[in-house]
Design a protein around this ligand. Structure first.
Ligand SMILES: NC(=O)C1=CN([C@@H]2O[C@H](COP(=O)(O)OP(=O)(O)OC[C@H]3O[C@@H](n4cnc5c(N)ncnc54)[C@H](O)[C@@H]3O)[C@@H](O)[C@H]2O)[C@@H](O)CC1
Ligand SMILES: Nc1ncnc2c1ncn2[C@@H]1O[C@H](COP(=O)(O)OP(=O)(O)OP(=O)(O)O)[C@@H](O)[C@H]1O
Length: 316
């Protein structure tokens, strides 16, 4: 599969050939058959928008279908009526898809994202723990934890429920969430100063938790896996509106799932870098058009164009 040089993305910090893990459309495929079906879990009042952003990002990156799972019927209704997520997002509340049904249902899912807008309420946290522990372990199906799925609730937390990881597990904390993870899991290391201390701490946290990867989001994203540490500083938007982390988490579950299914070489850090770079470039384009008015939904609208420029489809 030939690869065009990444147009507005910085050259990647790995050989261009390693970008070749994004599937083409196969005329004989059926919905979800190319690793294009995802589960997103979260959304509690007042944060239903976060799961809408994350789910919409999966669809714009190329997902065939995404199922959003939330605890409450009322939140599910909000999501069903949200124009962002389109009819391709099936929304279930836990009444309609209770955790005992998840193992069967999840056979068709390539990757799961837990956290956007979940809230820190004990009822939401313990429901998400039940969902997380009912996901059948699989080396080819990733679980991404973001936002409130990284909250150190009464034990076990959602993260602790998944440790030691039996599926590829990716954490995408912002700096606030990262600091909480460090004080919970590395209490002797909570005082760090320089960027290089921060990068070292990412390595230590990843090793301690034994997770597949961590993206520490910020002006420069720090991507840490077992074999690699990369940074992504592709130009993004100057406006830091709410929801950009949710968009990134949706991109991460798609890129990592594709990587696990299609990549022939390289490290999963490549998929994490691609998710960060696409999120930042989509932000740059949206900001160029909307300036102060830019919102996360504008960034989501740019994703399809960025992905097509870097990984063009060969059909007409
Ligand atoms: N439309 C929506 O429904 C949205 C919901 N969201 C959800 O809102 C919930 C709470 O997220 P919060 O980010 O408010 O909670 P946090 O507890 O992570 O943040 C608390 C405070 O830290 C500050 N902060 C965040 N990033 C920082 C940084 N890089 N440097 C310094 N300070 C920083 C914030 O401004 C905030 O005042 C999550 O579930 C999240 O998914 C957000 O994603 C935004 C959009
Ligand atoms: N200062 C920055 N400059 C440029 N890009 C940034 C900056 N901070 C974060 N980003 C990018 O914005 C995206 C979201 O990161 P952010 O730190 O805003 O997440 P978050 O706080 O979890 O967001 P959310 O509002 O969804 O909770 C990431 O792709 C990251 O690369």
């Amino acid at each position: 599969m030939p690869v065009l040089p990444p147009c507005n993305l910085l050259p990647p910090p790995f050989p261009l050939s390693q970008l070749n893990f994004i599937p083409q459309h196969d005329p004989s495929s059926y919905k979800g058959s190319s690793g294009c079906r995802f589960l997103t879990v979260g959304a509690s009042p007042p944060y239903f928008g976060a799961l809408a952003y994350a789910s919409a990002a999966t669809l714009q990156a190329g997902a065939d279908m995404t199922t959003a799972l939330t605890l409450e019927d009322a939140v599910a209704d909000n999501l069903r009526n949200c124009p962002l997520t389109s009819a391709e997002t099936m929304v279930y509340s836990s009444n309609l898809l209770p955790p005992p049904d998840i193992p069967n249902f999840s056979n068709s899912i390539s990757g799961t994202l837990i956290g956007p807008g979940l809230s820190r309420a004990p009822s939401s946290q313990s429901w998400a723990c039940t969902v997380a522990s009912s996901l059948p372990p699989s080396p080819s199906k990733c679980i991404v934890l973001d936002a409130d799925a990284l909250w150190p609730s009464s034990s076990p937390s959602i993260l602790e429920t998944l440790l030691p990881p039996r599926s590829p597990l990716i954490l995408t904390p912002n700096i606030v969430e990262f600091n909480r993870l460090v004080s919970t899991h590395l209490p002797d290391s909570s005082n760090y100063e320089s960027e290089s201390d921060k990068a070292q701490l990412c390595k230590l946290l990843r090793t301690t938790l034994n997770v597949t990867g961590i993206i520490l989001k910020g002006p420069t994203d720090i991507i840490t896996t077992e074999h690699c540490q990369l940074t992504c500083s592709t130009n993004g938007s100057s406006k830091r509106c709410g929801g950009l982390g949710d968009v990134l988490s949706g991109l991460v579950v798609v890129f990592v799932s594709w990587f696990l299914k299609y990549s022939k070489a390289g490290d999963v850090s490549v998929a994490l870098w691609c998710a960060c770079a696409v999120c930042r470039e989509s932000g740059r384009r949206a900001y160029g058009k909307k300036r102060r008015a830019m919102q996360a939904k504008d960034v989501i609208e740019e994703i399809g164009g960025v992905v097509e420029e870097v990984w063009p489809l060969f059909d007409e």
